[in-house]
Design a protein around this ligand. Structure first.
Ligand SMILES: O=C(O)c1cc(C(=O)O)c2c(n1)C(=O)C(=O)c1cc(C(=O)O)[nH]c1-2
Length: 250
């Protein structure tokens, strides 16, 4: 953050939103080469397995970061809103949540559930990036923690592209395997509309607004870093670190 930014006049809420959307347009993980290959049908089943296995840790950690933020929210209205996210991911004991639905995806790809949930085959960089997200939400202000969820403004577009592309391209993927993504198309817009209204309302000084923009950049970077690690290990130059998942034949 440059000092003149921090000390400048506050941005209008509309300008803040414009700058947030510009960050997504520049650095959201939809632009990463690994996603292009995944959605374009250019990966082997083993490479798709590596993606799903690593992303399990992201999915499983989302409710942990939301629970830590929930505990710090000051009003019943805010807590009710954030509690909904926990239920979306953890389920309510009857309807399965996102974490369980993600395991349907790893089942469908032929991965052993015990192996996936043990995290034994995870790339170290996945662990570091995801843990950094959970720590960020725990340690930073409520404003920054809410802002860090704003990548969800951009996720419906990539999810639609992914589901359509993967169904078209891979015979080992079925609508049932990808069912994780269907509810996200309605949950993500609801979540991000709330978070966007919150930061536009609560970030009043320029310094607070710069913290909001910084939180979104940080989140985009940690999503990008996860795909860099997958690309390095499984696409080019194909150097999975010791102990990491190795697809059959690799
Ligand atoms: O498929 C994707 O590309 C994608 C991206 C993101 C994101 O932008 O962080 C999320 C999700 N999916 C998702 O399914 C999800 O539940 C989710 C929660 C969050 C969050 O930060 O609270 N991001 C995302």
């Amino acid at each position: 953050m440059r000092q003149d930014d921090e000390e400048g006049a506050p941005l209008s809420p509309e300008e803040l939103e414009r700058r947030l959307r510009a960050i997504g347009a520049e650095r959201y993980h939809s632009l990463h080469p690994f996603h292009r290959l995944l959605h374009g049908g250019k990966l082997t089943k083993g490479q798709v397995q590596a993606w799903a296995l690593n992303r399990y840790y992201y999915q499983a950690s989302i409710p942990r970061k939301d629970a830590s933020l929930l505990a710090r929210l000051p009003t019943p209205e805010l807590r009710r809103e954030w509690r909904r996210r926990l239920v979306d991911h953890d389920g309510d004991g009857v309807t399965p949540g996102g974490v369980e639905r993600w395991l349907k995806l790893t089942d469908g790809l032929g991965l052993d559930r015990g192996y996936v949930t043990s995290l034994a085959g995870l790339l170290p960089a996945t662990r570091f990036a995801v843990d950094a997200y959970v720590a960020f939400v725990q340690e930073r202000s409520v404003l920054e923690a809410v802002a860090s969820s704003l990548t969800e403004l951009f996720s419906p577009a990539i999810i639609s592209e992914r589901v359509e592309g993967m169904l078209r391209s891979y015979d080992f993927v079925s609508p049932d395997t990808l069912a994780y993504f269907t509810p996200r198309l309605t949950q993500a817009p609801q979540d991000s509309a709330f978070a966007l209204a919150y930061v536009k309302r609560e970030a009043r000084t320029r310094a607070e607004q710069e913290l909001v923009l910084g939180a979104l950049r940080f989140k985009c970077d940690l999503l990008w870093a996860q795909l860099d690690a997958l690309h390095f290990a499984y696409v080019e130059p194909r150097l999975p670190p010791p102990g990491a998942f190795r697809p059959e034949g690799m």
